[in-house]
Design a binder for this molecule. Structure first.
Ligand SMILES: [Zn+2]
Ligand SMILES: [Zn+2]
Length: 355
């Protein structure tokens, strides 16, 4: 069974714990619509991966078995330590590419579209990343690391990143130099000028120090979470496709092939106008997206999210026994249900967003 099935209840328990600690400290770190959307995006991402993720695993197996240079002893701890280090190094480049090349940003932007920073933000993962991310891990396949090692270190890297999405843990001294922490990951999610394109590490932060992309959190300027082209929607399907849609429109209306290519492969902030300097970011002018949602709709949305999470665990338990059309059909229905809930709570925004 997919180990994520065992992690889901732990993720939910930790969210409850974070809410409780925040409540005791008199802090407000969750907003219903934003956090529910993060969880829905996460569930949708797992159903999407269940439909197509097997292709990336198959490609890894094909490459490692045909071209793998070395045979690794999986009973030796050094095999796992080396694989984890190399995986995290590749992750750094996947992640950096996801921020610095527009077409990859279109996929990764999902994770940054929350305007809050809490454990639910960690679950806001892309539903399209699985299509290409495996390409960045080909070096591990070429070195011959067995697919079992690749999958397990990948899971360790993913699960590690959960706890760093919190505002409740401060700076952690010397650990900031070695690993990704809540403090340096808060910087990664900020849209302030000093936060842009910083702190790409998965488990280890020393990659950022090596490649000049590290920034410390500033006490005088708290990160403002979110992206500069805000999503303004609670629909997890739109969260996954809005930036692809934007690129499509930009490419269609751009003049000349160079401009069209730059909209796809240039930096996300690229524009055809030379000297088009981005104005300095001002947190004071930033208004978080919110919508008034009736308590009845909130209850219905919360029930659907919890039921979807339970169905995801059940799906993980039985998917290997299901015929492919039924498996894919079920995933499609779940994606549509989650999109429907997101659309319903977004459409209540009949007036100006609440401050
Ligand atoms: Zn990122
Ligand atoms: Zn993150």
């Amino acid at each position: 069974m997919n180990p994520i099935a065992f992690a889901i209840p732990v993720f939910f328990l930790l969210i409850a714990l974070e809410m409780w600690v925040a409540h005791r400290r008199g802090l407000s770190v969750y907003r219903f619509n934003d956090s529910l959307t993060s969880i829905n995006v996460g569930i949708m991402s797992e159903f999407s991966k269940a439909m197509g993720g097997i292709v990336s695993v198959a490609m890894y197996v094909l490459i490692s078995e045909r071209f793998g240079a070395f045979v690794w002893d999986t009973s030796h701890p050094m095999t796992w330590i080396t694989a984890l280090l190399l995986y995290d190094f590749c992750y750094y480049w996947v992640h950096r590419t996801g921020h610095e090349i527009n077409i990859f940003w279109a996929s990764h932007v999902v994770h940054h579209s929350s305007e809050e920073f809490n454990l639910s933000t960690a679950l806001r993962q892309s539903s399209t990343g699985f299509l290409f991310r495996w390409i960045f891990y080909i070096p591990l396949a070429l070195l011959g690391f067995p697919v079992k090692v690749f999958i397990i270190v990948g899971l360790i890297d993913f699960v590690y990143q959960y706890w760093v999405h919190t505002k409740l843990i401060g700076r952690l001294g010397w650990l900031e130099y070695v690993v990704v922490t809540p403090s340096n990951h808060r910087v990664h999610h900020g849209q302030n000028d000093y936060c842009m394109d910083k702190n790409y590490g998965g488990i280890f932060s020393f990659w950022d120090r090596m490649f000049g992309t590290y920034a410390d959190e500033r006490e005088d300027e708290e990160p403002v979470y979110g992206v500069r082209k805000p999503l303004h929607s609670w629909n997890p399907l739109w969260a996954n496709f809005n930036h692809f849609d934007l690129i499509w429109h930009q490419v269609r209306h751009a003049e000349g092939w160079r401009n069209k290519l730059m909209y796809v492969f240039g930096k996300p902030s690229w524009t055809p106008a030379e000297n088009d300097a981005t104005p300095p970011f001002s947190g004071a002018n930033f208004e978080r997206f919110d919508t008034p949602t009736s308590s009845r709709l909130k209850q219905l949305a919360l029930f659907t999210t919890i039921a979807s999470a339970v169905l995801l665990i059940v799906f993980f338990a039985v998917q290997s026994k299901l015929p492919t059309p039924l498996r894919i059909g079920f995933c499609v229905v779940m994606v549509l249900i989650l999109a429907g809930v997101g659309r319903a709570i977004t459409r209540t925004n009949l007036t100006k967003p609440n401050p």
